[in-house]
Write a protein that binds this ligand. Structure first.
Ligand SMILES: [Zn+2]
Length: 159
């Protein structure tokens, strides 16, 4: 994809994505549960600074943006429309079937740390979109980091 088009896309989509993420974060911070003792440790391990602010909302399905432009963008970025988890600022959605999946929760905690490190929702989204459009979802640094740090929390495969 041409860099100019990428830039346009990010500029156009960023305010929409930003608004959606802020809305979801607020919801999760209001309705979600606090971290368990284990999860607090994991959050510290992966570098989350404001650990006591983090909330987790267990949901039947992780919500996706309803608006057409954001759905289009998600497809371009290669984001699966059926995510098992999603970090939105200090809020984390986890689908019920994965409610006790440590590696998924750690993966999302890494994203929370990235939101903090990059200076908030808008900065994180900008960087995330740029990386996904440029390098693809799988190779985006922010995804690679989350995957790698979560690796040691993975459960052994069930037999
Ligand atoms: Zn991720």
């Amino acid at each position: 994809m041409a860099p100019v088009f990428q830039k346009f896309l990010v500029v156009f989509a960023l305010p929409l994505a930003d608004r959606w993420v802020q809305h979801q974060e607020k919801k999760i911070l209001n309705e979600g549960r606090e971290l368990s003792e284990w999860e607090v440790d994991w959050a510290h391990d992966v570098g989350v600074m404001d650990v006591s602010r983090v909330r987790i909302a267990i949901v039947p399905e992780v919500p996706t943006p309803g608006s057409a432009p954001l759905q289009f963008l998600a497809k371009l970025v290669g984001l699966s429309m059926k995510a098992s988890g999603m970090a939105l600022g200090h809020g984390i959605y986890v689908e019920a079937i994965n409610a006790t999946n440590p590696s998924l929760i750690v993966h999302e905690l890494v994203h929370v740390a990235q939101y903090e490190r990059l200076g908030g929702i808008r900065n994180f989204l900008r960087e995330y979109l740029i990386q996904c459009l440029r390098d693809g979802y799988w190779d985006a640094f922010l995804e690679r980091e989350a995957r790698e740090l979560a690796l040691k929390y993975a459960r052994p495969p069930e037999r």
